[in-house]
Design a protein. Structure first.
Length: 85
């Protein structure tokens, strides 16, 4: 049974009460068998995906970016040549 907090500015103690907690030894430890087993290391989210083809759109953006860089570099090279001459 929980009782309402008489002082709303003071928070209750979040630690469990030792006399009401099951499975605790006198020193505060937990005996073997009281803790749940660890999760398995094998993922079980879904079936194994064996075929994952590439989408094919990566070449076009890369080509466009390289073309844009080349145009900008050519512009600055031409601008530098005009300033020198």
């Amino acid at each position: 049974m929980t009782y309402p907090n008489p002082d709303p500015n003071r928070r209750p103690n979040p630690d469990p009460e030792p006399e009401r907690s099951t499975g605790l030894e006198p020193g505060g430890g937990v005996p073997p068998g009281e803790t749940p087993p660890a999760e398995s290391s094998m993922p079980g989210a879904g079936p194994r995906e064996t075929h994952n083809p590439p989408t094919g759109w990566a070449k076009a953006p890369l080509t466009l970016i390289l073309l844009l860089v080349a145009v900008i570099a050519a512009f600055f090279l031409a601008y530098a040549l005009v300033l020198i001459l």
